[in-house]
Design a protein around this ligand. Structure first.
Ligand SMILES: NC(=O)c1ccc[n+]([C@@H]2O[C@H](COP(=O)([O-])OP(=O)(O)OC[C@H]3O[C@@H](n4cnc5c(N)ncnc54)[C@H](O)[C@@H]3O)[C@@H](O)[C@H]2O)c1
Ligand SMILES: [Fe+2]
Length: 389
């Protein structure tokens, strides 16, 4: 790649404006969507950064004042969404700019969904045809701008929102939650510290890996997942080693979006376990997936020998087949100083039964390569607590 600005426009899976510095087009993109008073949804860490301050100032200079809402948690909650809807109404807003990691993107998408609804948010959990209850006329337009490269929420049609009463992460879904416009600007991720770069990048890997192994017929998703894992194998180590590597930052943003496109094929046991652990212990989602990854691969081994063999060839790994992929994953974790056990991040084994039940009931569980029940999840969880691969 010779043009280091990576400037391009895509219309798959939604309108995507790709390239370094394209954040400067934000006021114009708002006007294209008819937004005169957008609500910028971001998180408390980002809102104080000069990067976000200058986005707000530049928009004002361009004649587009932004209302700002940043009261969201790392794993955003239903109460965060309600507060965002209240802010949207109080400022008389007409659209949402979701700017940040998966937490801000999910919160922003959920706020845009909930502004015009009479049902509570939990009525739109991705179960059966709940999404038919949504009043689509009440949905507000969204511009999604990721500042981490991991969740791919910018190209997803759902938001992961924690129900704090039930202590569950719930997937809120509607086909039209796919943002109208996505801005992939790698300059916005240059300041992401190495540990978050690594953990979010491993989340992108987990999406592509689980999608690639899911036992559903979806060759389009399979192809996207395979190429995204090649991008991750080349560019994630570079982005972690040198945060200012613009090409690596760009390619990781794309690989992250590819992951969320690919996981229409399904996720699996990594996410089935990461969701309850995130809800109960409030730990970073990507870090949980990174820790769980090798334990889940080993538990699935009998069902994934063939895709692992293909993956090892595509990535030109030094060892072929399942063992080659496992070695690669363990190498990445060591290289990025990611803990080997859940115990190292303060998760003990006392809730094993509850976590196993929650994992077996998680929406990501049915597309795992093997039909794991609560006993299987208990075993994987205990292995991940104790470091037994
Ligand atoms: N919708 C989906 O399909 C989907 C998929 C996977 C995960 N998720 C959800 O996404 C959330 C996790 O998102 P995440 O991993 O992006 O983390 P995050 O959004 O929680 O952000 C992690 C931290 O990074 C900081 N940060 C973000 N961008 C930064 C930047 N450019 N410079 C400096 N600091 C920056 C944030 O302030 C925050 O402190 C979880 O709630 C998870 O459940 C959603
Ligand atoms: Fe994820």
């Amino acid at each position: 790649m010779t043009d280091k600005s990576f400037f391009t426009n895509w219309n798959y899976p939604t309108a995507m404006r790709v390239g370094a510095g394209r954040i400067s087009e934000l006021p114009q993109l708002c006007r294209e969507l008819g937004m005169a008073t957008p609500l910028l949804v971001t998180d408390p860490g980002l809102v104080s950064l000069p990067m976000v301050q200058s986005i707000v100032e530049n928009s004002l200079v361009a004649g587009l004042p932004l209302a700002v809402f940043s009261e969201i948690k790392g794993n955003p909650t239903g109460a965060n969404v309600s507060a965002g809807v209240a802010a949207f109404r109080a400022h008389g807003c007409d659209g949402v700019i979701a700017l940040g990691g998966g937490s801000a993107l999910d919160a922003g998408k959920a706020i845009a969904l909930m502004v015009g609804q009479t049902h509570p948010i939990w009525d739109f959990e991705d179960v059966g045809d709940n999404y038919l209850r949504v009043n689509t006329h009440g949905m507000m337009p969204v511009i999604a701008i990721p500042t981490t490269a991991g969740t791919g929420s910018e190209v997803g049609r759902s938001s992961v929102i924690t129900d704090e009463n039930a202590r569950l992460k719930k997937i809120i879904f509607h086909p039209r939650m796919l943002p109208e416009i996505v801005l992939l600007d790698p300059t916005l991720t240059l300041g992401l510290p190495a540990p978050i770069t690594a953990a979010t990048g491993m989340d992108a890997l987990s999406h592509n890996l689980e999608a690639f192994c899911a036992p559903n017929f979806h060759p389009m998703a399979e192809g996207i997942a395979l190429e995204a894992m090649r991008l991750i194998s080349v560019y994630l180590p570079r982005a972690v080693a040198d945060g200012n590597d613009l090409e690596a930052r760009m390619q990781m943003l794309v690989a992250s979006s590819m992951g969320a496109t690919a996981f229409q094929r399904g996720l699996g046991a990594m996410h089935a376990l990461a969701h309850p652990l995130g809800a109960l212990y409030d730990k970073h989602h990507g870090l949980l997936n990174a820790i769980l990854m090798p334990y889940v691969l080993v538990a699935n081994r009998t069902a994934i020998e063939e895709p692992m063999s293909r993956l090892s060839r595509y990535l030109a790994l030094p060892t072929a087949g399942f063992c080659g992929v496992l070695e690669w994953v363990l190498f990445l974790r060591r290289d990025f100083a990611i803990p080997h056990t859940l115990a190292e991040i303060g998760i003990g084994d006392e809730d094993a039964d509850r976590i196993a039940q929650m994992a077996a009931a998680d929406p990501s569980a049915p597309s795992n390569p093997l039909p794991f029940g609560a006993d299987d999840y208990r075993g994987i969880f205990l292995n991940a607590c104790r470091g037994e691969i």
